[in-house]
Design a protein around this ligand. Sequence first.
Ligand code: ATP
Length: 503
Amino acid sequence: QEDVFKKIVSHCKEYGFVFPSSDIYDGLAAVYDYGQNGVELKKNIKEYWWKSMVLLHDNIVGIDSAIFMHPTIWKASGHVDAFNDPLIDNRDSKKRYRADVLIEDQIAKYEEKIDKEVAKAAKRFGDAFDEAKFRATNQRVLDHQAKRDALHERYTQAMQGPDLAELKQIIVDEGIVDPISGTKNWTDVRQFNLMFSTEMGSLSDATNKIYLRPETAQGIFVNYLNVQKTGRMKLPFGIAQIGKAFRNEIVARQFIFRMREFEQMEMQFFVKPGTELEWFKQWKQTRMAWHQALGFGAENYRFHDHEKLAHYANAATDIEFKMPFGFKEVEGIHSRTNFDLSQHEKFSGKNLKYFDPETSESYVPYVIETSIGVDRMFLSVMCHSYQEEELENGEKRVVLRLPAALAPVKCAVMPLVRKEGLPEKAREIVDLLKFHFNTSYDEKDSIGKRYRRQDAVGTPYCVTVDFDTLEDNKVTLRHRDTMEQQRVDISELCSVIEEKVSI
Ligand code: ATP
């Protein structure tokens, strides 16, 4: 699985999807650039989300707020005081780690041990094997389970504050070693704030310190009354936003899964107090349906409901997707109560209450938030679509089975040969299609190679112009997934393709 992931990362680079940032300077850690195909795929993901949120709901509107915001906002939201990661250093390797991640990896190790024992027994006992019975009676499994549960409990307790000394003690007690130096020579755990800061204006004293937003949500909160009043919105209503966010992540792992500069698609849904848990339930279903509509298979998604909640939330869940490195969070859905708006009332001194015309009451709305990372979504799409196939003739092909609506290029038009009027005819067809969807022209190399190239970037349709085309005005339409070919009249081409590729 790890190998597949490495291949996906290099495929992303080779085919113009994702490059390391500042590549000629050997990159910048956990920062990436999107190439010519990546930018199109990313744009389509955003459009797929925007349409489902803003276009399909008449009570959701969009905004685009600035990355720089008044510094007090981050005081009010709790980010200045509490948006921290607990870090620990290994004195021998001089490497820095997140203490919580080290412990979570340790919990995962117990899981692995349990699974290994179960798999071993299944192999030994074959059909007669009963997993439930085995788990109940096998002492080794019971031991691992007990250790895992105890560690999980202790860790969860320690993270409720978090208790830094206790986190260190867990790492020591568990005998966790640094994967690089192999030693247990750990420093104490200390808090590290994830926000990037800079100075605004010409004075560099502390009063000019501002932050790069670590989430887009606060831009929505501080604008909610502007939107509500100017749009004459009635509760319940939502505000959606797509934009960059920045976090000084220390453990930057897994390619674009955890970046320091990334993009979020967030929607805050403002509701009457007391109705929030109903709405939370509904948004959970709506968001899961959105993911599953891509056709990647329901078994690749799951909810991870949070047992321990942040102080401002009264319900929270993650939608996880099965990446090559396990089920991972792609989207968070949180019932944030009226915490953020009440805090902004307190810190700004402004009245942020909504006047309910139906009951003639004024109150601070409750908020359900759906928050998804564009880049994580991109990664999940890539991971699921990347496939290596052996063809009937023994050849191999790499194909990106991207949902047609998300594919960067929808159609590639190719003259069979580069002569006798075929390129001109092919260009005519490109001119016909390019106003409707992203169409490319490709005349280099053999037709087989050109098909492979398009498969590798996930182009759902190839159109080949041959000598018959000049006679009958028909072209060969090749389907990426089945590799089937059909003759289609040029006059029908646009509608045949458009129907399949539009979002
Ligand atoms: P994690 O636990 O993985 O750090 P989080 O719970 O802090 O994520 P949220 O603050 O809920 O994440 O952010 C909402 C979404 O934003 C996440 O589900 C994820 O898709 C995305 N996201 C958060 N941090 C990053 C990052 N560093 N790089 C890329 N995407 C991110």
